[in-house]
Design a protein around this ligand. Sequence first.
Ligand code: NAP
Length: 470
Amino acid sequence: MNPQLLRGLCYIAASIFFVFGLKMLSSPRTARKGNLVSAIGMLIAILTTLTAMTDVKWAWLIVGAVVGSAVGAMAARLVKMTSMPEMVGLFNGFGGLASLLVGWSEYHWNWAGSNQTILFTTVAILLTVLIGGVTFTGSLIAFGKLSGLVNGKPILFKGQNLVNAGLLIAIVVLSIAFCATGQQAPEAERGSLPYVLLVISILSAFVLGVLSTIPIGGADMPVVICLLNSYSGLAACAAGFVIGNNVLIVSGSLVGASGLILTSIMCRAMNRSLANVLFSGFGSATAAKGGGYQGEAKPISTDDAYLMLEAARNVVFVPGYGMAAAQAQHAVRELGELLEENGAEVRYCIHPVAGRMPGHMNVLLAEANVPYEVLVEPPDVNPNIEMVDVAVVIGANDVVNPAAREDENSPLWGMPIIEVDRAQTCIVLKRSLNPGFAGVDNPLFFKDNTRMLFGDAKASITSLVSEFKQ
Ligand code: NAP
């Protein structure tokens, strides 16, 4: 068979593996297999690409593969689950940098001296280095904010949006100038006009990546990381056009599209637009607080909570960030099992933005061996929530705030929530009446059917487990 045709078929096979792998990643049940299927696709893509290359520098490839595998194996052991968002942030940044280097080397080494004068390639190189540059520095800032190396608060200054818009316009002007001169230039030698324009464009993209990420608060970083993930895919896709590699175009598009879809899901679940996440400085001292609800919260002891749960036949656990902070997931699973032994139906309702990263609660509950079948989503529970005897809210706050339904002035107005206030009884486990991430007061705490079990979530659940065991 014609080798080129064979390579094309292998690339199609790799792309099919990617698509199926991605599909399998959408459910916790098939996610591990999905990862493996995608990795096989990548292996096919790499081997196929190697067969197409002449003059392969094997020594460099082997050193790179060994170093990369060692770093990956170490990261898999050392990085904690809770540090995954910053780890992904760093990966995105390196993905962007890799694409930038591909674009740069094509321009500098392969193009220099050749008579390549195609506008298409010029634009592809430009997009690769620009998107890659923004992704690189933006991801480093996101990593810094999440890991605490950079202050997580939004860094705001007067005229910030104007400065960013000015920089963006400058990059567009530089890009047009580069395309106008670059494609006619016979070589990309150091010091030539297109060379200088490209270098200034890359430096501007670095600055834009920093400036567009610093005004975003640390707690909004997971959304930004999804967006930067999407950018890294787009940069890889553009790099695919630069070097004429179809499988890179396909995989880059898949990453770009899935990152955008996840960004949109998270924004919708928070009832905020992407523009609001990117430009409002949410979490700064000046951001809207809302709330101010009056009423009397009804605190209960673990003994009271035990009696309520002991009598319940239908229980829904609603985990939130506090469960992660308290590391209460194992105790929660144990309590769930005891309730089931006691004859209750037990479900775990997970809101898409509960916690601080996509899938945060799913990962913690999976780690505690909670079966996938009992994990449900708000639309599975809300329509019949009045049939639930006890809803146990474990360190969740914003995702159960009824102000989203009841108070048009609340910053959370319109956000889809888990409507625990409509259950027969709601027990809220947290340490105080303080607001959650959004900084918005919660009228749930003052409802007639709400009881507050104050204290660290793990300590409270562990006490309940002991009472059941006795
Ligand atoms: P939340 O609204 O931030 O509330 C968490 C609650 O946990 C706090 O009110 C806190 O109350 C309590 N808590 C903290 N430590 C605790 C402990 N050791 N024991 C018991 N309680 C503890 O959390 P959420 O309901 O999960 O909502 C998530 C929020 O993050 C949403 O506003 C969402 O939009 C935002 N967000 C999520 C993501 C994501 O990807 N998941 C991304 C960006 C933003 P006390 O201090 O009184 O204990």
